[in-house]
Design a protein around this ligand. Sequence first.
Ligand code: AHR
Length: 503
Amino acid sequence: MLSASVTVDPAFVVGPVRPRTFGSFVEHLGRCVYTGIHDPGHPTADEDGFRGDVLDLVRELGVTTVRYPGGNFVSGYRWEDGIGPVGERPRRLDLAWHSTEPNLVGVDEFVRWCARAGVEPMMAVNLGTRGVQEALDLLEYCNVPGGTRWSDERRKNGAEDPYRVKMWCLGNEMDGPWQIGHKTAHEYGRLATETARAMRMVDPGVELVVCGSSGSQMPTFGEWEHVVLTEAYEHVDHVSAHAYYWEEDGDLASFLASAVDMDHFVESVAATADAVRAAGKHSKRINISFDEWNVWYQKRAESRPPSGDDWPVAPVLLEDRYNVADAVVVGSLLISLLRHTDRVHAASLAQLVNVIAPIMTEPGGRVWKQTIFHPFALTARHARGEVLRVAVDAPVHETAKFGEVSAVDAVATHDAETGDVTLLAVNRSTTDPVALDVDLRGFPGLRVVEALTLANPDHTWAATADDDASVAPRPNASATVVDGRAVAQLPPVSWSVVRLARA
Ligand code: AHR
C-alpha cells in the first residue's frame, strides 16, 4: 500500500467552477445525430424525431453546452440545406466523413433539441468552403429578431423569437491538413478576424472562439496560436484547444498520466496568448475553449471512413468502447480542466452519442452508458463553487511518455454558501492501492456524506448494452473523517469523488 497526503485549504482558490466546463459536442458524423439523438421510429421519439431516452441520459450526464454541427463536417456544410420543410431538403455528400448527409436535422431542430435537453447551443460556422457572408447569414437567421431576409425565414420556419446563440466557433481545426479549406495561420488569422468583426456588427453580444491547434503534437503548435492571435486578438474571446491523442497503446502507466499532457497543453496555450497580449499591449485576456477532448482509439477500424462509391447515411464510425482505465483517464482529464478554471472557460467532451461517446444507442432499441459516463456525470453534479488547488504529496513513478509522475492527482471544489467540499482524486498506480490522508485544516467540522470509487480488478472491463451497470462507481466504505483529516483507500487504476459537508 502506498501512502499519499493531500492538503485542501479554502485560501487556494483558482477560480469559479464554470458550468461551461461540462459541455459536449454533437457532430453530423456517423451515428451521433441519425440513430443517435434522432431516431423518428423509436418508441420514445418526440414530434421532431428526438429520442426521449437519450435526452434523459443527456440530462443525467449533466451536460451544459453542446457544440454543433462539427467538427470536420462543418467545413463543407451549407447550413441553409438544413432549414425549411424536411421533405424538400437536399441530400449532400459529406466529404469530411465520406457519408451522405440527408439534412433531416438542421439548426432549427438542433436548437429545439437543446431546449429539451436544457443545454446551451454552441454553433460553429463554416470557414472551410465558405466565408464571412455565410457566417453572417447564419447569425442573422439565429439571432436577429425579424424584419430581414434570414430572420424572417426563421420565423417562417416556426421560431418567432430569435435563438440568441451566444457562443460561436470561427471554423474548426483550420490548422489541420485534413480540414476542407485548410489554411495557413496567416490566411486563417485574417479570415477569422474579418468574420469576427462582421459578426459583432450583427450581434455585439456574441462570444467568439478562434481556432487554436488540433493538438499539441501538431508541427505548427504554438506558432499557429501566436500568428492567429496576433491578428485576431481584439476581435475574439477564446482560443480553442482540441486533443485526442490519449489512448492505451500497451503502456498503461503513460496512459493513466494523460492529464500531465493536458496540463502542458493548457499552460502552453495560455502562455502564448499572454505573450501576444503583452506584445500587442492588449488589456483583456484570451481564455481557452477546450472544445474537443476525449480518449479516442484513432487507429481502430471503426475510425476509418467509407471509401469509393460507398457514401452511406449514418455509418458506424468512431464507435469506441470504453473500459475502466479509459474512464479513470477521462476523470483525470476533468481534474486537469478544473485545475485550470482560471484559463479554461469552456470545454466540450467529444462527442455525446455513439461517436467516441459516453452514451450509446441501438437504432430503434436500447440506450446505454459507457464507463466514461460516470466520472463526467459525477464531476458535473458535485463540483460546485470555487476550484481549490490542492497540495499533493505522493510517491512518484516513471512513465515512458511523461517522465516522472505522481501516483495521485487531485483537485477540490468548495461551495462557500453551503460549506460543502468535493475532492476528486485518481490513483494512477497500475499495481498499488493508495492510503490517502487529506488535511482539511481550513474546514472544521466536515464529515463524509458520500464517497464513490470507479475501479475494477480487470481495468479492461467495458460496458455493453447488456451490462452497463455491474462496474459503476461504488460506495467507498474506507472514506471517513478522523480528527479533521479525511482518510480513504484508493485502489490501483481508480477515480474517486469524496463529498464532505458540515456535520
Ligand atoms: O470528433 C471527431 C473529429 O475530431 C472532429 O470532427 C474533428 O474536429 C476532430 O479532428
